[in-house]
Design a protein around this ligand. Sequence first.
Ligand SMILES: *Cc1c(COP(=O)(O)O)cnc(C)c1O
Length: 393
Amino acid sequence: MKLATLAVHAGDRRKLGPHIPVTTPIYAAASFFYEDIGELDRVFADEVRGYCYSRYGNPTRAALEELVSTLEGAHRALACASGMLALEVALQLALVDRPKRVLASDALYGATFKLLDNVLAPFGVETRYVNACDLTQVAAALEEFRPSVVLLETISNPLLRVAPIDRIAELAKTAGTVVIVDNTFATPILVRPFELGVPIVVHSATKYLAGHGDVLGGIVLCDEAHAANLTALERTCGPVLGPFDAYLTMRGIKTLPLRVERQCENARQLADWLRHHPRVERVYFPGLPEHPDRETIQRLLPNGLYGAMVSFELKDAGRDEVFAFLNRLKLIVKATSLGDVHTMVLYPAMSSHRDVPPKQRERMGIRDNLVRISVGIEAIEDVIADLEQALAG
Ligand SMILES: *Cc1c(COP(=O)(O)O)cnc(C)c1O
């Protein structure tokens, strides 16, 4: 055979013998072939399980989906190219056969507001916002607005409020409303929304799931009732995560329980230290006894695992003083994103809430002296020492 022929055939499609790889390899194949075309026909017809085309399914992606489904207790999962795409797919999934009305928490990830207001609104999706921590407000809105979907986050950003998703799921069930929970901040280690009666869950896998700052990805998980529509969306639109990123995410998740436990313990110690620092005005952390959602936190979060995000306000500081403080940090990484193995710091007024007008930001309680920390797995003494020297400067 000629080189031009060998170049596209040699090495590939060899039977690998009786061995099984210890971890799932990266299946970088767009399509899959069978020696008998009849077998491919049966795969296309869903008569036998198998792979035909990577938009329909890919073994690396499927391994990750099975892993996250198992951790969350979902019926089915779809790994997407980003957390935002996973949210878009989840909303499409919930709204496809229902009136286009969404009741959303007024404390969401910045881009989620934009998804609702700028991307979905032009397609006729109407959104109303409520304080999801106020059950009376949620119940009134369910009654009056009759939404098809309630959209919530387990732990809000950056003020770390914890909504009573179990109670909201109960109310929503009675009202015939589908709840979507963005479980990115809590991870299944802290909260498993399916066990609380939530039918659709979303993750930005970019954060704790992958956990190493090297992947952009998302996951949609659903119950049995939504599984067929999720498959239809997957097969028609292919909003999928590629096999390389699926592999990295799966590798990251193997240490998720270890990382999250360490990060939560580090965050607990850091919050306690910050609370006693003279330059700190106020600390936001779900583990503090004065937290406004104390009762919900005690009911929903495991004892001692309050998440690994800590926000705090610098005393008598504006944007310039906060920037000077941030520039003095040597170890803590000044960058957007969260949930990584390294501790990161962010200024919400500059990043997640940049596009929110200052007056509205103030009303939301996000002041110009607010800093958000995503606590990593380092020795917490080193993180505290870095903050100590930066606060002293
Ligand atoms: C980061 C994040 C998203 C968006 O995820 P991407 O992977 O950045 O697209 C959505 N929700 C929450 C809570 C997030 O933190």
